[in-house]
Ligand binder design. Structure first.
Ligand SMILES: [Zn+2]
Length: 439
């Protein structure tokens, strides 16, 4: 070899090394099998299908159990290891050759709300399954165990985010106590599904054995569609606080009591609700206020209301601002009560804390989108998801795809199939990139 030939081959070697350098942290050009995932989606959509074209698979119902049985068959057919824990979370595991490897959890939920849609939860589980199948068929050996998971009762038919809270070791005896609230005999439903209520606490996993959690989900609002963006990279999930605010006044004759002398509880509540909407828009741009119900007593044409009980919910992605919102609402309720000569009573009715997604995982998803040539934007999630629980323990991330017209929890829920496929591609390559970091 002449000197110049050597120099050319050395330069091309050097060039390859330079270009190969990133290749050690990038991944093969792999594609999921979109037709197979579509066939799965069509079959799953028939389990619990409703006349309006939606799906109803309430957690632990016959339809949910049928969907799980179908999913278990797909797991075994794909050559994954079938696993279910004491809280009924159902998994398919693509095991690493390294038995001490950590586990990367990827999934969502197969249960739905009453009269729900076909995409919420389902596409996250099916895409995770399709990613595991694709990786296995390509003969790629991951340095982590990949666990595709369907969480029990994500939608809260019985207990909101039950399965993932069990996995996170966050369940309390209260959670399986039927007397806790009015949503029925939960224990009996667990038993019927083959889950022993006293054992659900055993489903807790040691965070040291887990690498992280990743979920693909529909956006459920219309920000992505409006901006023409394919992928939403979730930065955080809003916290939620529920309150019951009761305005107490005095019942009186509706005709003979002067307008200026009334202690009208409903007038106070109505003023509060209107001002609370304004306050949220003006002071808490990313916050949400909702009043979902007002009970009025005594509730007659000819009696000034003596009581108005408003059920309100506040949401914010920033915990500090959620607390500020709460304080501002209490102050407002007090002022509206005073203006109408009323007294108020405020009861906290539960809620969830806001959750931040892991910054490294956010970067990883964004890098993956860029590499795949898909448009992306950062988003807050205004709906609750398993990742808000897992993020307390392990690095967590979420990928959103557009919901047409933002419609969800509705039979008309729809996402374009090409977006589902793009989301699954991002999921696949984020899994591969993340798993490589363990190697
Ligand atoms: Zn969901």
């Amino acid at each position: 070899m002449g000197a110049s030939a050597f120099r050319i081959s050395f330069l091309s070697w050097l060039n390859r090394m330079v270009t190969l350098q990133p290749a050690t942290v990038t991944v093969p050009d792999l594609r999921i099998n979109a037709e197979r995932m579509r066939a799965d989606f069509e079959t799953l959509s028939q389990i619990g299908e409703t006349p309006e074209g939606g799906v109803q698979r309430l957690a632990l119902s016959s339809e949910d159990l049928l969907a799980r049985a179908w999913f278990a068959d797909r797991i075994e057919e794909a050559g994954l290891i079938l696993h279910d824990d004491d809280a009924g979370n159902l998994s398919g595991i693509l095991a690493s050759k390294n038995p001490t490897a950590k586990t990367l959890l990827v999934g969502s939920h197969l249960d739905t709300v009453p009269n729900g849609g076909r995409y919420d939860g389902a596409i996250g589980v099916l895409a995770a399954l399709e990613c595991a199948r694709t990786i296995r068929e390509a003969g790629i050996e991951l340095p982590v165990h990949l666990e595709v998971i369907d969480f029990t009762d994500d939608e809260g038919c019985w207990r909101s985010l039950f399965g993932v809270r069990a996995l996170a070791g966050m369940l309390t005896p209260e959670d399986i106590n039927d007397a806790r609230n009015d949503n029925g005999p939960f224990r009996a439903a667990l038993v019927r599904a083959g889950i022993e209520p006293r054992n659900v606490f055993r489903a807790g996993r040691d965070p040291q054995t887990l690498m992280g959690y990743l979920e693909l989900h529909i956006e459920q609002s219309e920000r992505l569609e409006r901006s023409g963006t394919t992928i939403g990279v979730v930065t955080g999930i809003v916290g939620r606080s529920n309150y019951r605010i009761t305005f107490h006044g005095q019942a009186a004759h509706s005709g003979s009591t002067e307008m200026s002398r009334r202690r009208d509880a409903l007038a106070g509540a109505a003023l509060f609700i209107t001002r609370a909407h304004e306050l949220t828009r003006e002071r808490f741009a990313e916050g949400i206020f909702n009043c979902g119900n007002v009970e009025v007593e005594p509730g007659a044409f000819n009696v000034v209301p003596s009581l108005a009980r408003a059920k309100i919910q506040l949401r914010h992605v920033n915990t500090r601002l959620l607390r500020e919102m709460e304080a501002a609402m209490f102050e407002l309720a007090e002022a509206c009560a005073v203006a109408n000569s009323l007294t108020i009573e405020i009861e906290h009715m539960g809620g969830t804390e806001a959750a931040d997604m892991c910054p490294e995982v956010i970067d990883l998803i964004e890098t993956t989108c860029t590499r795949l040539g898909l448009s992306h934007q950062r988003l807050i999630s205004y709906s609750g998801h398993a990742a808000q629980i897992t993020s307390n323990l392990i690095p967590s991330g979420m990928i959103f795809i557009p919901s047409v017209d933002g419609i969800s929890h509705n039979p008309r829920e729809f996402s374009r199939w090409e977006d589902v496929v793009s989301g699954a591609q991002v999921l696949l390559h984020t899994i591969l990139a993340w798993a490589q970091r363990a190697g």
